[in-house]
Design a protein around this ligand. Structure first.
Ligand SMILES: [Zn+2]
Length: 124
């Protein structure tokens, strides 16, 4: 009887440990994921996961708007009411260090990588 209980506890413990390892691995993977970082006036305003599809309406300053779209691991400015449209024409970015700049709005969108990507960059 007692041995049986012990075994049950052991199995239960192993399941818990395996679950914990799985969670840690998942979190590590998320850490390695790239992020879309939004800077306004050179200051970091927001961070979004590049892996998560969404569209974000940015208003860097009053009456200024940039539609940021994150789709299939890439991001781009879909539309903007700035005067030169360079941010829209830049197109899609997806690699660490790539950026979209909207000078009239003093807006900058940059792809930043997780830890592993930064190590790669140093090795290069
Ligand atoms: Zn622009």
């Amino acid at each position: 009887m007692q041995t049986k209980t012990k075994n049950t506890i052991l199995i239960g413990g192993m399941v818990v440990i395996i679950s914990l390892v799985a969670i840690v691995l998942l979190q590590l993977n998320q850490k390695d994921g790239k992020e879309v970082v939004v800077y306004i006036n050179g200051e970091e305003m927001a961070r979004y996961e590049l892996a998560m599809n969404q569209s974000i309406q940015l208003e860097p300053h009053a009456l200024e708007s940039n539609s940021l779209v994150i789709q299939n691991g890439e991001c781009f400015i879909e539309s903007s009411n700035c005067n030169n449209q360079i941010c829209v024409e830049t197109g899609k970015i997806s690699k660490t260090g790539e950026r979209i700049v909207c000078l009239p709005h003093r807006l900058s969108i940059q792809i930043e990588g997780g830890k592993a990507v930064e190590v790669d960059a140093i090795a290069q």
